[in-house]
Design a protein around this ligand. Structure first.
Ligand code: ZN
Ligand code: ZN
Length: 116
């Protein structure tokens, strides 16, 4: 993704395996996202509703996608705003704004910061 160099925009992104997305942000911060984590944080309305339900009422397809569904989802750039992820099970309504992606960075430093 060339040309995106603001601190909260990715300067580079690549797959390090079929289930690991590595993003380098404009300020040099690296983030490593596992696809199961990204799927669990899917910001689409349907997933948010499912996550809000009590565990036994949830749609298990939404909460526990198969390994196949999680491998190498198609990533489509949505302008300079974010990415859309199209998963192997056909779920593709989740648009992840870059600011959101950065917010959910799973690295220890960011986790620590979110606890404050
Ligand atoms: Zn979703
Ligand atoms: Zn981080």
């Amino acid at each position: 993704m060339p040309g995106l160099t603001a601190p909260d925009q990715p300067a580079a992104a690549r797959w390090t395996s079929t289930t690991d997305l590595h993003v380098e942000w404009g300020d040099g911060h690296p983030s490593d996202y596992r696809t199961d984590y990204l799927r669990a944080q899917c910001p689409c309305a349907w997933c948010r509703v499912e996550r809000g339900k009590p565990a036994k009422e949830r749609n298990l397809l939404a909460m526990r996608p198969t390994a196949q569904a999680l491998a190498s989802p198609a990533v489509e750039l949505v302008g300079r705003y974010g990415i859309r992820m199209a998963w192997g099970d056909g779920h593709s309504s989740g648009i992840y704004p870059f600011t959101y992606l950065r917010e959910i960075c799973p690295c220890p430093a960011c986790r620590q910061q979110r606890r404050r």
